[in-house]
Design a protein around this ligand. Sequence first.
Ligand code: GDP
Length: 425
Amino acid sequence: MVKAVVGANWGDEGKGKITDMLAEKADIIVRFQGGANAGHTIVNNYGKFALHTLPSGVFHSHTTSVIGNGVALNIPILMKEIKSITDRNVPMPKILVSDRCQMVMPYHILFDQYEEERLGGKSFGSTKSGIAPFYSDKYAKIGFQVSELFDEALLREKAARVSEMKNVILEHLYHKPVIRAEELLQTLHEYREMIAPYVCDVSAFLHEALQEGKTILLEGQLGTLKDPDHGIYPMVTSSSTLAAFGAIGAGLPPHEIREIITVCKAYSSAVGAGAFVSEIFGEEADELRRRGGDGGEFGATTGRPRRMGWFDCVASKYGCRLQGTTGVAFTVLDVLGYLDKIPVCVGYEIDGEVTTDFPVTCKLEKAKPVLEKLPGWKCDIRGIRNYEELPENCRNYVEFIEERIGYPITMVSNGPGREDIIYRK
Ligand code: GDP
């Protein structure tokens, strides 16, 4: 059976922690989209880790970690990441990389930087990891697939062809140094050396695993609002962040995805540009940022301070719906214990009308939050394991949000550790 762990919002909802926790009872964990642009922070018995490419199941030695065909694979970063965990005494994980996965090339990263530079103030706030140029090339059919590394004649011809195309833009649009085909070929050879031990026909592997009754976890990156189709286009990422895409990005039959756990954080945060209706500023935001997550709300990849806001029922209801949620994991609830009153965004006012339906981007830009204030619980809820033991105001907060988003909150996370979880019946 296949379960997906995905985000309802802008990412950073705590998917890594939930995946790491659920990996205990899983056999295979698959990353199916995105690249090393975002990160998951995981705290477990080995310490605190920031993962960018490896699935959050790598800390369990009984699991296999799979990088699916839908991922933007940065091979040097993957190698560094493997080393960074094994250097800290995590046993060498079993890792498989799809032979159909495509690779982020050094020029993708450069193009990302050059484009942000060119756009200046109008930039998208890209993490400059090469993700948008990578996916553009994939769909323009000039990307390099892992399988191609093992066909020397093809590689040589393609390195020359791609350099020629890229150089026109490098020279005339960006006025930057050009790519030398020989150097590109050399890089591809290095990548071949590094990745060879991990290459696998992943869809065949997963097919067999399902027949043997294995449990597969699909781990999403970012969240619904960053999906290129259903998110806040154009301030989105370049691959689908939806559970449905897990079937494609891993190579699985869609009907095998039986459980979709959508992760929602008890307040909001976002990185990058784009409308963020429930955003807060100043001291109010600074305090939540400082107290948020595990040691503050700063990007796991970039270290950038995250934009902060109150919980947004409109965005989260939409986010859960598009994921096809079977259960919500409601995270980082412990952080809100300092507030006397907790504002929640329950509607958007657009041109004088209030709606609870998440609008398209041009309308979203005009939306103003309709806030309702709930009483806080003013205590530390870490360590509590039974839902009934949570303070009444805390349970009211959870149940208020559950009702507004319309999906059952089946898990409440009240700390960064694996054991900081409350299951609801
Ligand atoms: P992801 O990308 O969705 O995995 O999210 P991130 O890893 O970027 O952000 C989640 C942050 O919150 C990490 O620092 C986690 O360790 C932390 N975290 C996750 N769940 C909880 C929780 O319930 N309480 C607290 N205090 N921190 C949490």
